[in-house]
Design a protein around this ligand. Structure first.
Ligand code: UFG
Length: 329
């Protein structure tokens, strides 16, 4: 199958691209490099382009005879979406519409979409299953929720097949330490904790210790980026068979912010300075995956089961690449 990965030079996208290339798939990356890195993907895969450029997108779909789109491109930060919702509606929803229109015109009929756990209504207990009520609570989540509905509607009207993968918290780095998480500015917990361990950051702010959780800090389900990439290989098989699915992708284990910091301290062998600050707008107390469906129906299993194993991979990347991807875009 010939695959187009929008945002394929980004953190999760590039993990899938490298995995697919290593398994002999034909992959084209379409990325404007606003957040992604040239160095994260094989050079001969990459086309620099913006989703807003519908003509260019259509040309690429046609010239590369694309059969499946894996749609990673988009802005991903809850906090940023609270202060700049316009950007999330334009960049995520607006550009996804351009993509779906280009697919329709070009008769590309299969799509795998990077959705998020944040589409569910916030809960303070238990796990989120695919049956849990939806209720996006910030503009980022609303944008992902809306794109899910758009894909379902285009699929119903045009006979497409699709897979919506609701990622929980993507983290970790490739096991050889060559590829990892590099955002600018970095807002995610694990990379920031490791930057603090390297002395690149004075301390970690703990965004609220007064949540309704055992230690008062927020709980997330941290899932290794290579395990997310594997879920895409299974998703490709599904759309190839003409089927559509919506699955959570997480480990099923929740860890609090304090647990992440403690696990990181163990991995790096030292204390990480912290301070408790106020809550971050848009955060919810608990996001833990019920991933039984994808495990049962597709046999997906996260290879990285513990926070320690995940942080070890991230630590190797951060230690060996303290400035992220060296090569300039
Ligand atoms: N946190 C801190 N201090 C920091 C950074 C984060 O306490 O300096 C806390 C947050 O409040 C949150 C947890 O650590 O409770 C994880 O925060 P991240 O910023 O690492 O990740 P988010 O849970 O906010 O969001 C991430 C992705 C989203 C995705 C979501 C799915 O950025 O795109 O996971 O669960 F939708």
């Amino acid at each position: 199958m010939r695959i187009l990965a929008t945002g394929g030079a980004g953190y999760v996208g590039s993990a899938m691209v490298r995995l697919l290339v290593s398994r002999g798939f034909e992959v084209t990356v379409y990325d404007n490099l606003s957040k992604g890195f040239r160095a994260a993907v094989p050079a001969d895969c990459l086309i620099e382009g913006d989703l807003a450029e519908g003509d260019k997108l259509r040309r690429v779909l046609k010239e590369h005879r694309i059969e499946v789109v894996a749609h990673f491109a988009g802005s991903i930060t809850v906090g940023e979406s609270m202060v700049n919702p316009r950007h999330y509606y334009r960049n995520n929803i607006g550009n996804s519409l351009v993509l779906l229109e280009a697919m329709q015109v070009s008769q590309v009929e299969k799509i795998i979409f990077s959705s998020t756990a944040t589409v569910y209504a916030p809960v303070s207990q238990g796990v989120l299953t695919e049956e849990s009520p939806l209720g996006p609570a910030n503009p980022y989540a609303v944008s992902k929720y809306t794109i899910e509905r758009m894909i379902e509607d285009f699929a119903a009207a045009n006979g497409w097949s699709y897979v919506l993968l609701r990622y929980f918290n993507a983290c970790g780095a490739s096991s050889d330490g060559r590829y990892g998480e590099a955002h600018d500015p970095e807002t995610h917990l694990i990379p920031q904790v490791l930057q603090a361990a390297l002395g690149q950051r004075e301390k970690i702010s703990i965004f609220g210790a007064d949540y309704d959780t055992p230690d008062g800090t927020c709980i997330r389900d941290y899932v290794h980026v290579d395990d997310l990439a594997e879920a895409h290989v299974l998703a490709l098989k599904a759309v190839e068979a003409g089927k559509s699915y919506t699955y959570n992708v997480g480990t099923g284990t929740g860890n609090s912010v304090l647990e992440v910091i403690r696990a990181a301290e163990e991995v790096v062998g030292g204390k990480i300075p912290t301070e408790i600050t106020g809550r971050r707008p848009g955060d919810t107390s608990r996001l833990v995956a019920g991933s039984e469906r994808i495990k049962r129906e597709w046999g997906w299993q996260p290879k990285y089961q513990t926070l320690t194993e995940i942080i070890e991979t991230a630590w190797r990347w951060h230690r060996e690449h303290p400035n992220g991807y060296q090569e300039k875009n």
